[in-house]
Every structure is written in structure tokens, then in C-alpha cells.
Design a protein around this ligand. Sequence first.
Ligand SMILES: [Zn+2]
Length: 101
Amino acid sequence: MSTPETRHRRKETIPVLLAEDHMTSQLKVWCPFCVQFHFHGARGGEGHRVAHCDPDSGSPFRDTGYIIRKTIPRREDPYTRIRRRLDTDNEKKPQPKARQA
Ligand SMILES: [Zn+2]
């Protein structure tokens, strides 16, 4: 039977932390247990890393490590994009003639 302990050891339960580029050569991830960023070399890219957690933090990441995934670069919110596309489509349509009163 699967207990919380055995599930914890399975690969798919390794936590995923979102990473952002830091300077040019590092990725930073926010650690909620240490309440600080941990920095990893960007050259290793995304993937499973050994946790940089403080031994006194009580962080469970020290047992599992964590998988770092880069966040999608923020461009513009999708609604702005959709709204602009609708505006462009409307401009292409022939404008209805104003009714004479
Ligand atoms: Zn940590």
C-alpha cells in the first residue's frame, strides 16, 4: 500500500519551483521554507537540483531536492492581445453607414 512516505519518494512528487533569470548566468527560485531566493547556475538549465536550503530551515526540499522550471517571460496579458485583435478585425469590416435621422 502506498503511504505518504513512499509517495514522497516517487519521482513525480519532487516539488517544482519556478525560476527567473538572474543576471546572465543564474536562475533564482523563491524558497518558501528559507524565505529567500536560492541561486543556481543557468547553464544547467531546468531540471532536478539539490536544494540550497539551510539545514535549520526544516525545508523538506533537503530530502527531495526540487525541479526548477523557468517562468514564461511576461509579455502582455492575453486579454490585451485579444482586445487588440478584435479592434483590428472591426477596423477591417466595412463600417455601417450612419442612418439619416
Ligand atoms: Zn530553501
